[in-house]
Design a protein around this ligand. Sequence first.
Ligand code: BES
Ligand code: MN
Ligand code: MN
Length: 466
Amino acid sequence: MLDQALATIDARKQASLALLTEFLRIPSVSTKPEHAGDLKRCADWLAGQFRDAGLSADVHPTPGHPVVVAKNVHKPGRPTVLLYGHYDVQPPEPLELWTTPAFEPTERNDETGHPAIYARGSADDKGQVWCHVEAVRALMATGGGDLPVNLTALIEGEEEIGSDHLDQFVAANADLLRADVAIISDTSQFDRGLPAITYGLRGLCYMEVFLTGPSHDLHSGMYGGSVPNPANVLCEFIASLHDKDGRVNLPGFYDRVVPLTAAERAEWQKLPFDEAAFAASLNIPHGNGEPGYSTVERQWARPTLDVNGITTGYQGHGAKTVIPAKASAKISMRLVPDQDPAEVQRLFEQAVRDRLPKNVTVEFKQHGLAGPVLTPADSPAVRLAREALAAGFGTTATTLVRGGGSIPVVALLKRVLGIDTLLVGFGLPDDRVHSPNEKFDLDALHKGTRTAAALYATLAGLHATK
Ligand code: BES
Ligand code: MN
Ligand code: MN
């Protein structure tokens, strides 16, 4: 049955790409209120595709963007798999840096000559969700209208803004979502030809800090040197956030960090990561970060703090002599086991208050908390996923990796439903996710679809708990 499904997937390459193109045309930018209608339209479109594939599907409203839940007919005695993905995407800006427009999906070769589809959301995460929809379609068509497992698909529209309403949705719909294992395709291969299973993700604490000094903007000549300048204060504060070695300078930040084990470091040392090629691909002379760690270690297993944006003062053409009344910054902290995002938020806010002069006031806005996760790397599910990758990609060279990004649902599913997640992603490191000219490799699309089909077949061998 799997062979037939794989043959169907091979035969549907063009049809699959045409439908993915429709998916990618919908500008489902979750962070912008003006796109709320597009998110609803995207959820409806996706639910329609699940129905076409033979599942039942509902679009559930939330206080934010809707959640799509699709199911086959569940039968006792076989494992239940929860597929998670997200249909929302990051903003496309800066628009002028796109070679072809972000929401006009275009097929062309990438810089290394491999065919790809270029569009916002192509790799993160619509293209990867699409692998599963097409896999389900092929399995249903060749399996007499059934799948080898009970499948529940949960595709949300708020991942890129922190999955704020998902906690409540999952808790309120626990019976609908209960499963033996979750699978997510929203990560990357280690490299072309080296598909990966990801067993850890960093968490996130994303804070925005707003400083206010004088009641209004002031002439920088008349007032300069006699009043607090929030822009200066913000820069001084930001400069205080790392010590001279590049470690994060927040009291208590490292207290719960679990050190890397020698065994893990030795494993990662064996991965074919080329530091020079990495730097060259970003057009920088060399990378940098916390002393004593490799790039891979810094990205996967060490906590960090980065300014993501600063807003203050005059931004227009030319000069304006002005002391801004306000200054703000967006700051992300990537967290590793066992750091607690809520605790990091508290210690961050405390440090800001401790470091500010008394004549500047501060307000905070939290834009997302996600727990760091480590999933079992030697479970039966991981073994079955290796088999599926071998069938899908035609190679047994599966790597075990961690990822530097965050997917809030992983910690949530563990905490609320006790479910472990299998992270089997099909992206490539140079997909430019969140950046202009995001693309998804067409070979990854095809092999990812094959892998997804194989996964539902191999996971049928998992022990069912209900
Ligand atoms: N797919 C990414 C997460 C990811 C990227 C994991 C690369 C591993 C490697 C996801 O869509 C994402 O961007 N998540 C946000 C989460 C946040 C907004 C809560 C992130 O990591 O910035
Ligand atoms: Mn994603
Ligand atoms: Mn993302």
